[in-house]
Design a protein around this ligand. Structure first.
Ligand SMILES: CCC/C=C/C(=O)SCCNC(=O)CCNC(=O)[C@H](O)C(C)(C)COP(=O)([O-])OP(=O)([O-])OC[C@H]1O[C@@H](n2cnc3c(N)ncnc32)[C@H](O)[C@@H]1OP(=O)([O-])[O-]
Ligand SMILES: NC(=O)C1=CN([C@@H]2O[C@H](COP(=O)(O)OP(=O)(O)OC[C@H]3O[C@@H](n4cnc5c(N)ncnc54)[C@H](OP(=O)(O)O)[C@@H]3O)[C@@H](O)[C@H]2O)C=CC1
Length: 267
């Protein structure tokens, strides 16, 4: 694997997000942790959720001393009533940003995905996102806020070995574009980010090595996407500079979406 050619760059000015509030799902690890820390560094009061309390506590420890803050409440986003109640609680004093980051899947040929497996992945990567986004709507409207949903590179072209996840995230992209229209007059912007390959705990283990090598080999620029660069993009979309950006799928993937495709099984 080629090492990143340049170190990650923080390009946004300190204090940019001071006085704003955000909710990040999946904030205890990987991309969600990096996003939470960058938003807090820029001054945002961030509230994180995820199932594992100790993971969220780890993010809170790393956020100590930043300009903003990080608080957390453990929650399973697949439990619609619980996560809707959490949104109400977190947004009670205003909400400027929702980051739908919690997600994931197992990799398997479609013919080997059971109905329960399909439903589980669609619940996590599509249905939960609708529930959280709908609950956040009145609060985002009051602040003319933004939604960023973590998607996949190549979501609009398909890939082998994760049909359930691609189908769910294509649904999120359709939802994003539809709500970008429905909520435009409310000043709410919704965008999807499609990271290519990001070396987080989900992909870093020994067992995932073959998958990681396969994904990087299919990336024309030959390197994974640094997690900090995904975080910087989320912060940009939350900032006034992103004021007119909505309904987009922004693929930050070293041209992976133009290459041979990200496939987790052989054809
Ligand atoms: C380009 C791509 C880059 C992307 C990278 C990333 O996203 S990195 C981020 C990576 N991070 C993540 O992905 C983190 C989030 N991911 C997860 O939490 C899990 O992948 C989850 C979404 C399946 C939920 O799991 P859970 O424990 O809450 O659910 P559960 O235990 O109740 O299972 C429900 C059903 O799922 C089925 N099934 C499960 N595994 C397999 C399998 N290997 N094989 C086949 N089937 C499988 C099985 O049918 C099971 O039903 P069963 O057997 O009981 O009748
Ligand atoms: N890494 C990569 O290469 C890529 C990742 N992505 C996507 O980016 C997002 C973040 O992934 P990444 O950081 O890499 O992986 P991680 O596995 O580190 O992060 C997934 C996060 O989602 C949370 N989560 C999972 N299921 C639930 C649930 N039911 N309720 C609440 N939280 C949940 C997890 O927390 P907990 O376990 O505590 O619940 C965890 O913090 C995911 O949507 C992923 O699919 C997209 C493209 C590429």
């Amino acid at each position: 694997m080629t090492e990143p050619s340049t170190p990650p760059k923080e390009v946004l000015r300190p204090g940019l997000l001071a006085g704003t509030t955000g909710l990040v799902t999946g904030a205890g690890s990987g991309i969600g942790r990096a996003v939470s820390l960058r938003l807090a560094a820029l001054g945002m009061a961030v509230h994180g959720t995820g199932r594992r309390e100790e993971a969220l506590a780890g993010t809170a420890t790393l956020a100590e001393g930043l300009a903003g803050s990080f608080a957390y409440t453990p929650c399973n986003v697949r439990e619609t009533d619980a996560v809707t109640a959490l949104v109400e609680q977190v947004a009670a004093n205003g909400l400027d940003l929702l980051v739908n980051n919690a997600g994931g899947q197992f990799f398997a040929p479609a013919a080997e995905i059971s109905q329960k497996g399909w439903n589980t992945v669609v619940d996590l990567n599509l249905n939960a996102i609708f529930a959280v986004t709908r609950a956040a709507y009145p609060h985002l409207k009051a602040r003319r806020g933004a939604v960023v949903s973590m998607s996949l590179s190549g979501v609009d072209r398909g890939g082998m070995g994760f049909a359930h996840s691609i189908a769910a995230r294509a649904g999120v992209l359709g939802m994003t574009r539809s709500l970008a229209l429905e909520w435009a007059r409310d000043g709410i912007r919704l965008n999807c980010i499609g990271p290519g390959t990001v070396v987080t705990e989900g992909l870093a283990g020994e067992a995932a090595r073959e998958i990681l090598d396969r994904l990087v080999a299919a990336t024309p620029m030959g390197e994974p996407t640094p997690v900090e660069e995904v975080a910087e993009l989320v912060a940009y979309l939350a900032s006034p500079a992103g004021r007119l950006m909505t309904g987009q799928l922004i693929q930050i993937d070293g041209a992976a979406h133009l290459g041979p495709g990200l496939h987790l099984i052989a054809s």
